[in-house]
Design a protein around this ligand. Sequence first.
Ligand code: SF4
Length: 143
Amino acid sequence: MEKILISACLIGDNVTYNGKNHLSDKVEALLEKYELVPFCPEVEGGLSVPRNPSERMKDRVKMDNGKDVTKSFAKGADLALNICLYLGIKIAILKENSPSCGVNQIYDGSFSKKLIKGQGVTAELLRKKGIKVISENEIDTLL
Ligand code: SF4
């Protein structure tokens, strides 16, 4: 079975900043065709659950309390890439809007719930390295 990297929150792991998940109702159908490899770049990058929410502004990522967490986000992205390379993963399904995982849009860095066109740090790195990155809204294209 082909392996796919997937944001851990999409398969129900409680790893979001507020300790919740974004379980996708497409996971069961995906599991019939693929081996899913769950990964949370923010947790793997060293951040806790729960944690303050973060937003990306250009090349920096900051928490809502002003703490610069750019290094943690970069570490999480590097680890995601390493897993993809090690396991021969060519597709990643990542959670839309996240400063790590966002595929087509992210929050604008003002913590005012404003979405802008953009991508998360992990999504950007994986794409740069040739991995196909889609959001949970595009899962049907794989089924
Ligand atoms: S970093 Fe990605 S996997 Fe982790 S909680 Fe946020 S969206 Fe989900």
